[in-house]
Design a protein around this ligand. Structure first.
Ligand code: GLN
Length: 315
């Protein structure tokens, strides 16, 4: 067992959970009514180790939408299909140092990285390009299902519809990329954007999503089903970019303080990966200024204070 005394480990996590629960700072995302209506007090943490030990705290069975936490998986799918070189001829791999929807591209006219909106739309344009859009969405949702241990995942249609209706910035980004010839040839812009909004509107709960995080911690193999979902080099690339770019323009600070790959989303989702050890899924809808879940970040901070999980704690 990677965590021999799992029970006392979870006792400690419980203490951190209860401490973190007291933090009511931040505000729920309100750029669409469907997110503004989510109850701000929700809080859930689930843990799954690479050998399948699991534990949850709080609202771990309540669904929320993935939002930006869909980005790492779309990047992995693009890598698996096209390889590193091809994918990175369309997307950079440098932190942008700006907000996730900043109207900015790198000096080559490409999105800075796959973890911000422009890069995530580009990943979407690369996945299964020759298939029709229904099959492409199936591919993404089946991948999430497999990552979660063959669990059913949901889709929030009202979130999708309102994302699509309030998408001026994302359209602006997409047109900006098209102007720079960043997309592969024959990319249907509207279809690509709708595909991206659909991916953001996939729903699940921390209990299931911790298994997805654990699949990444376990180099792409699901710890519960043994299914190989991604190759190790794909996951290595993905985790590298989650570490440098996964927490919006708090990524550098997060890498410094926490030292672990993570990806947040405006729903208050946070996926934390402790390579070779465990995946943690966190959900708490109140966000800070940059768009990260307040309690999620605090939980991570307390976690590495209590346990030597920062990747350079081993030095
Ligand atoms: N759907 C949101 C957008 O495209 C997702 C952004 C996020 O979670 N940061 O703006």
């Amino acid at each position: 067992l990677v965590i021999p005394d799992f029970e006392s480990f979870c006792d400690e996590l419980g203490k951190i959970f209860r401490e973190t629960l007291k933090n009511n700072n931040g505000k729920v995302a309100d750029y669409i009514p469907q997110l503004a209506r989510v109850h701000p007090d929700h809080f859930a943490i689930s843990v799954c180790t690479v050998d399948g030990q699991r534990y949850s705290f709080g609202d771990s069975k309540v669904n929320f939408c993935l939002q930006s936490s869909c980005k790492p998986i779309n990047y992995c799918l693009a890598l698996e299909e096209l390889g590193e070189e091809r994918v990175h001829s369309h997307i950079g791999r440098e932190p942008s140092g700006q907000s996730f929807n900043e109207l900015a591209l790198n000096s080559k006219g490409l999105p800075h990285n796959p973890m911000i909106n422009a890069g995530a739309m580009m990943s979407c344009s690369l996945i299964d390009r020759e298939s029709d859009i229904a099959d492409r969405f199936d591919k993404v949702s089946k991948t999430w299902q497999a990552l979660c241990g063959d669990k059913q995942i949901s889709f929030n249609n009202s979130v999708y519809l309102s994302e699509r209706q309030t998408a001026d910035r994302n359209f602006a980004l997409a047109y900006f990329m098209r102007e720079k010839n960043a997309f592969p040839e024959r990319t249907n812009l509207t279809e690509t954007l709708e595909f991206y909004f659909q991916c953001c509107s996939i729903e699940s709960c921390t209990s299931d999503l911790s298994v997805a995080a654990a699949s990444l911690a376990n180099a792409g193999t699901n710890p519960l089903t043994g299914k190989v979902i991604f190759g190790a080099s794909t996951v290595q690339n993905c985790l590298s970019l989650m570490l440098s770019c996964g927490m919006y323009d708090f990524s550098g600070e997060f890498a410094f303080k926490i030292g672990l790959p993570a990806k947040s989303g405006v729903s208050g989702a946070l996926m934390l990966v402790i390579p070779n050890l465990m995946g943690i899924s966190i959900w708490s809808p109140r966000l800070d200024q940059v768009g990260n879940t307040v309690r999620g970040v605090e939980f991570c901070r307390r976690l590495v204070e209590r346990f030597s999980f920062h990747q350079y704690d081993s030095l």
